[in-house]
Write a protein that binds this ligand. Structure first.
Ligand code: DSN
Length: 437
């Protein structure tokens, strides 16, 4: 029999690290745009006996016996994902967004093929063709970006390039572009040049689900996402599509497959082995939560909060890339102040405010230094913070940045942060660490 000894007793060192991380999350202001706080139900679903189960294959078609109950969890996750994004097909097995993207590139491209993606320094993702990532090493990548004067995507330049290079795939979506993606014109262009259109909606999947970002699924052949950002689920990835078919003959495969059949094969056995069934159970729980009306209220507040935060920063004299935001994130350009993202991130961390340094478009600094910081509102909105707190936090960010080298000011801001978060409690010890006293 498995003993009921809890982590605190069986492994005090790991217990202590987890508890300190719980306290860090509780006591600070989490402004990293790609992070969020999952519900107690999602946490519980992630820590369960489904972690013991091998279940290669898909529900009803597995390579192992004993899969009837993990099948139930995976079917719930698929059905809920399809309802949430109004799609016909979903694969909830990718362990991460990067693996979801790897499976879709393998499905739609051959090594050496050309695809277009947003430049990392202009807000793209690593897996959208960065030379340090498999995507940039396996394919010929032609990047697109934003206009220097406006910070908005330079669609005319992108279209001209696409007509010249005729990419096989156009990747959309971003990790630091603060504006909404309008995909109708991208699909028109993709059809004109004979490319597949893909959106990696990882950052704004929750906003799409809650209908505060324009829909992307109907315009794309495939959509990839992570499940842990604005969607507020467990760490993981997913692929969805509303494509009915599309015959696709893949080299090495004896019979034609539809795009979605090929995607399923490229997730497993193509790029992954056994799926993480406990995480899939937690994805099902998170998608169930996102289908409830209060999730829509939540994402509406995420965007309202980001707009108020951005407005306050502009009033305080800061430059924002594109001048503001339509989404959950803000990209501050600190170059006119003569500050680096690296120094700003460090000072804010000392003041109890967590952000990440981030390249800004046309950044003269290196990626480990940068001229910007990225700010997001998903996590602080989950805590219940609204417009008045956004103004207050923007002012705390301003005070910190103006006094970066004055430890006494940073300590005073940290005390104010501690006072503020007391009114927005997060995780009690017993909830994160079962059996903890
Ligand atoms: N690393 C992620 C982010 O922070 O945006 C990209 O998926």
């Amino acid at each position: 029999m498995i003993s009921e000894v809890h982590l605190q007793e069986s492994d005090p060192e790991v217990f202590a690290a987890v508890d300190r991380e719980r306290q860090r999350q509780n006591n600070g202001l989490e402004l990293i745009a790609s992070e969020n706080f999952v519900s107690s139900a999602v946490l519980e679903a992630m820590g369960n006996v489904m972690t013991n189960k091998y279940a290669e294959g898909l529900p009803g078609h597995r390579y192992y016996g004993g899969c009837e109950f993990v099948d139930e969890a995976e079917r719930l996750a698929i059905d809920r994902a399809c309802k949430l994004f109004n799609c016909l097909w979903a694969n909830v097995q990718p362990h991460s967004g990067a693996q979801a993207n790897m499976a879709l590139y393998y499905t739609l491209l051959q090594p050496g093929d050309t695809f277009m993606g947003m430049d990392l320094a202009h807000g793209g993702h690593l897996t959208h063709g960065s030379p340090v990532n498999f995507s940039g090493r396996t394919y010929r990548v032609v990047s697109y970006g934003v206009k220097k004067e406006t910070g908005f995507i330079d669609f005319d330049a992108l279209a001209k390039t696409a007509r010249g290079v005729r990419p096989k795939l156009i990747m959309t979506g971003s990790s630091a572009y603060p504006r909404a993606w309008e995909l109708a014109k991208f699909r028109e262009l993709a059809d004109e040049v004979g490319a597949y259109l893909v959106c990696d909606m990882a950052h704004f999947a929750g906003l799409v689900a809650g209908k505060v970002h324009p829909d992307v699924v109907p315009f794309c052949h495939v959509v990839s996402t992570t499940t842990h950002k604005t969607l507020r689920g467990p760490r993981g990835g997913m692929l969805v599509s509303s494509e009915k078919g599309g015959e696709l003959l893949l080299p090495g495969m004896p019979k034609p497959k539809t795009i979605t059949e090929a995607l399923d094969s490229w997730v497993f056995p193509g790029v992954q082995g056994g799926p993480l069934m406990h995480v899939i159970a937690a994805k099902a729980v998170a998608f169930g939560e996102a289908l409830r009306p209060d999730f829509r209220t939540y994402v509406e507040q995420v965007v309202k909060n980001a707009k108020v935060f951005a407005h306050e920063l502009v009033s305080l004299g800061y430059d924002l890339v594109s001048g503001g935001t339509d989404t959950h994130l803000i990209l501050m350009d600190l170059s006119s102040k003569g500050w680096t993202g690296k120094a700003a991130e460090k000072a804010l961390e000392k003041a109890g405010i967590t952000v990440n340094k981030n390249m800004v478009p046309f950044d003269p600094q290196k990626p480990m230094v940068t001229s910007g910081i990225r700010i997001g509102t998903p996590a602080i909105t989950t805590r219940g913070m609204k417009e008045p707190e956004m103004k207050k936090i923007a002012q705390l960010v301003d005070r910190t940045l103006k006094n970066m080298n004055d430890d006494s000011v940073l300590a005073a801001v940290k005390a104010e942060v501690a006072e503020l978060v007391k009114s927005f409690p997060l995780y009690p010890k017993s909830l994160v660490l079962r059996g903890a006293s």
